[in-house]
Design a protein around this ligand. Structure first.
Ligand SMILES: NC(=O)c1ccc[n+]([C@@H]2O[C@H](COP(=O)([O-])OP(=O)(O)OC[C@H]3O[C@@H](n4cnc5c(N)ncnc54)[C@H](OP(=O)(O)O)[C@@H]3O)[C@@H](O)[C@H]2O)c1
Length: 318
C-alpha cells in the first residue's frame, strides 16, 4: 500500500499570515506545496457571459488583478479565457482557479470535466482546481464513495503536473475528515463562505492546524454587508467604505479572498485595501458580528438550495 502523504511540508506556525505584508493585490500566500497565490482574486460568480462580463474581467486585469476565481458552474469560462488571451498577459502571470461542477463528480467524469475547463479557458494547466461542493443533491447516501473517486482523479491531475495545486470548497470538518480517510494528498486549499457575519470558526481552526489555506468566498456577504449599519459605521470612522473593510478583514484573518463586482468603480474600490490596517480592536469588533447561521448555501442543507439560489438571483438582479 502506498504511504500516505498527508499535511507535509509546513507546520501551522509557518503558515501564510505572517509571511504576507499586504502591500498590494499581488502579495502572495504560499501554499503547503510551495505554490504562491496572489492574496486578492477577482470573483466571477454571476459575471455574465457577455460583453458586460468581459468588460468586468478586463477592468480587473487592467487594475492589476492577477488571480481569477472561476468555476465551470459559472458558465463563463470561455469568456474569461477569451479576455485573458486578448489581454496579452503571459499565462504564468495570472493565477487561475476553477472548480469541478457538481454533476461531474466521479473519477472519469472529473477527468473529462477538467479537460473541458482547460479548453474553455484556453490553457493547458490550471493553478488551482477545487471540488466545488462535497455533496451533490440526489446522491447524498453515496457521497463518501463519490468524493473518494473524485479526489483520486484530482490527485492524478496534480501528480501529472496538469494543475499546480488541488483543493476543495465548502468542505466542513466532517467532510474533510471523510476525505482524509481516502486521500493520499490532502487538499492545499478549502474555499468556504467567510465574512464577519459568518466565520465558520471550527472549519477555519481545523484547516489552519493542518496547513490548509483558507479562501473566503462572499467576503462582502454577497453585497449584504455593504448595507450593514455596523460595518458602515466602522468604515466611516476609518474613512473607508464597507467593501474595503470587509476585504481587509479577510486578508488580516489570513484568508485569500475574491470580491466580485461587475461595476468598474466597485472592482477598483474593493481592491484599494492596502493603504490602511484594521487595528486589533477593530478586528475584534468585526469578529463580534459572527453568527452561526448566516450562510448563503449550507453544504449539508441541499434541500434549501433551490430557494436560496433563486433569492440570490432576485437580489442581484441577474
Ligand atoms: N466556492 C463557492 O461555492 C463559491 C460560492 C460563491 C462565490 N464564490 C466565489 O467568491 C466570489 C465572491 O463571492 P460572491 O460573488 O458570492 O459575493 P461577494 O463578493 O461577497 O458580493 C458580491 C455582490 O456584492 C455587490 N458588490 C460588490 N462590491 C460592492 C461594493 N463595493 N458596494 C456595494 N455592493 C458591492 C455585487 O454587485 P455588483 O456586481 O452589481 O457590483 C454582488 O451583488 C464569487 O464571485 C466566486 O468567485 C465561490
Amino acid at each position: 500500500m502506498p504511504s500516505k502523504t498527508i499535511y507535509p511540508v509546513t507546520t501551522p506556525a509557518s503558515r501564510a499570515l505572517p509571511q504576507v505584508e499586504f502591500t498590494g493585490k499581488c502579495d502572495r500566500y504560499v501554499l503547503r506545496n510551495g505554490v504562491e497565490v496572489p492574496c486578492l482574486g477577482f470573483g466571477t460568480y454571476m459575471i455574465p457571459n457577455d460583453e458586460e462580463g468581459a468588460a468586468a474581467v478586463r477592468t480587473a486585469l487592467d487594475l492589476g488583478f492577477r488571480h481569477i476565481d472561476g468555476a465551470a458552474n459559472y458558465n463563463n469560462e470561455d469568456m474569461v479565457g477569451r479576455v485573458l488571451a486578448e489581454s496579452g498577459i503571459p499565462r504564468n502571470e495570472v493565477f487561475i482557479t476553477s472548480k469541478l461542477k457538481n454533476t461531474e463528480q466521479g473519477y472519469e467524469k472529473t477527468l473529462a470535466a477538467f479537460d473541458r475547463t482547460l479548453s474553455d479557458l484556453g490553457t493547458d494547466y490550471l493553478d488551482l482546481y477545487l471540488i466545488h461542493w462535497p455533496k451533490v443533491a440526489g446522491t447524498e447516501d453515496r457521497w463518501e464513495e463519490i468524493i473518494a473517486e473524485t479526489w483520486r482523479a484530482f490527485e492524478e491531475l496534480y501528480e501529472a503536473g496538469r494543475v499546480r495545486a488541488i483543493g476543495v470548497s465548502n468542505f466542513l470538518v466532517h467532510h474533510l475528515e471523510t476525505l482524509e480517510r481516502h486521500a493520499r494528498i490532502m487538499p492545499m486549499v478549502d474555499q468556504i463562505e467567510l465574512n464577519p457575519t459568518y466565520q465558520q470558526r471550527e472549519t477555519v481552526a481545523w484547516c489552519e492546524e493542518r496547513g490548509i489555506q483558507l479562501e473566503a468566498w462572499a467576503p462582502l456577504g454577497r453585497g449584504r454587508l455593504m448595507r450593514d449599519e455596523h460595518v458602515i459605521a466602522l468604515a466611516e470612522r476609518l474613512g473607508k467604505d464597507a467593501g474595503q473593510v470587509c476585504v481587509r478583514w479577510a486578508l488580516q484573518k489570513g484568508f485569500i479572498t475574491m470580491p466580485k463586482s461587475t461595476k468598474p468603480a466597485r472592482i477598483k474600490s474593493n481592491s484599494e485595501v492596502f493603504d490602511f490596517e484594521l487595528s486589533a480592536e477593530d478586528m475584534a469588533l468585526l469578529d463580534s458580528y459572527d453568527t452561526d447561521d448566516n450562510y448563503t448555501f449550507h453544504p449539508d442543507r441541499l434541500a434549501e438550495w433551490a430557494e436560496r439560489v433563486a433569492a440570490a438571483h432576485r437580489e442581484s438582479g441577474v
